[in-house]
Design a protein around this ligand. Structure first.
Ligand code: NAI
Length: 246
């Protein structure tokens, strides 16, 4: 049986999630990597090794799959020390062009999926009287043109984080959010060069962030001795959230 502290990381197959897995493993965690990417398992095991990571093909929007995940972990591991809710999607459009399907899809993964994972973790962490939950929101929760679905979902994640911090505080469980800005991942690599350059120009830092920038902040909040920091949203955005940068 695994004797290291255990972290569950969702959306672990690539981008920010994969960097979070790497950093958590470097910090001594055993990682349960969750994703819907059926091709990711071999690759993750090859990179990190079976003594550091296991892969679960789980759709976080499906209540039965999420419940099954936690039930399995409970029988094979002693505690769940950290949960990092990182899985997320975008389906951007101006509201008059946005379909109900695209609204539902984004709310479903980013907010409902995160909520489902938090609920199961809360039940176990409350019982074990310890735990760290880190939710990946986005600077876009403050408002991004063309992202009425995504910004609303991430605002929901910030609110969820604050409520769970209130509900779980007395059980030594901290719940915080990270709000990344523009980060270089497969998600942002889909943007056109022109759009990407405009976004970089609007950054006070004049650079994109890296998945490691987010992973470092997650790792800090996942530490056992940070329980007094809870309900917070930490921006990892090169200063973009400060305001206009004309
Ligand atoms: P990505 O698209 O590179 O990776 C997301 C991962 O989540 C993928 O491996 C995907 O298969 C997985 N996933 C999607 N739906 C899932 C589901 N239902 N169940 C399980 N896994 C699922 O995205 P990236 O850029 O690494 O983003 C990670 C998180 O960071 C997301 O929550 C995103 O909203 C957030 N974020 C990203 C920013 C960026 O600039 N890349 C900026 C702000 C926030």
């Amino acid at each position: 049986m695994n004797t290291k502290p255990l972290a569950i990381v969702t959306g672990a197959a690539k981008g920010i999630g994969r960097a979070i897995c790497k950093k958590m493993i470097a910090d001594g965690f055993y990682v349960v990597a969750v994703d819907i990417d059926a091709n990711a398992e071999t690759d993750l095991i090859a990179e990190f090794g079976v003594s550091n990571i296991e892969y679960k093909l789980i759709n976080i929007c499906k209540e039965d799959q999420v419940k099954e995940l936690f039930a399995t972990i409970k029988t094979t591991h002693t505690t769940i020390d950290a949960l990092v809710n990182n899985a997320g999607i975008i389906k951007d459009n101006l509201i008059w062009n946005m379909s109900v399907d695209d609204f539902d899809a984004v709310i479903n993964v980013n907010l409902k999926g995160t909520w489902l994972m938090c609920r199961e973790a809360a039940i176990l962490m409350k019982e074990q009287k310890s735990g760290r939950i880190v939710n990946i929101a986005s600077r876009a929760w403050l408002g991004n043109r063309g992202q009425s679905n995504y910004s609303a979902s991430k605002a929901g994640v910030v609110a969820l984080t604050r409520v769970l911090a209130l509900e779980l505080g007395k059980y030594n469980v901290s719940v915080n959010a990270i709000a990344p800005g523009l980060i270089d991942t497969p998600l942002t690599q889909k943007l056109t060069t022109e759009v990407l350059q405009k976004l970089i120009d609007a950054q006070p830092s004049k650079t994109m962030g890296t998945p490691n920038d987010v992973a470092n902040a997650v790792a800090f909040l996942a530490k056992a001795d940070t329980q007094f920091i809870t309900g917070q949203t930490i921006y990892v955005d090169g200063g973009k959230s400060i305001g206009a940068n004309m």
